[in-house]
Design a binder for this molecule. Sequence first.
Ligand SMILES: [Fe+2]
Ligand SMILES: [Fe+2]
Length: 155
Amino acid sequence: MELKVPQTLRLEHVELREELYALTKEDNDLGIAARDLMELFYMHAIKEEERVLPALEALPFLAEGKITDSMRFLKDIADDLKGGLYGELFEDHKAIVASLKNIAQSALDQGRKEVVKFVERFILHAQMEEEIFYPAARMTADYFQLLMKCRTDSD
Ligand SMILES: [Fe+2]
Ligand SMILES: [Fe+2]
């Protein structure tokens, strides 16, 4: 069994994706900006969901000192993050936030407050990942590596 993205985060991505998808259907500037973002977000979310956020499923178990078989996958996550993925995620966010600002501008021009609120929520999601989820995923993966090394050394 492999690690999975925690449900709370998975649902947040689903919600953002659905709301963004609805905006891509619009035949105006907002629709164009939303389609640009959809392209960026699609690739970015795959990276997060397949190579980063699954580490967080292990976090509550490790916090209680429990080790499960699926934690083997943390080695790949630790290697990927160290190998440049960590910086890539932050770079992706810069492009995503720039694209979100285009959406917000079009929404303001149209007086669409609900879309501006959606943009704010999306930016907050990215900030929360940068401040909490990415570092937590990285530390979880690194901590597990360290734990395994200590165990091997003490054998
Ligand atoms: Fe995300
Ligand atoms: Fe993100």
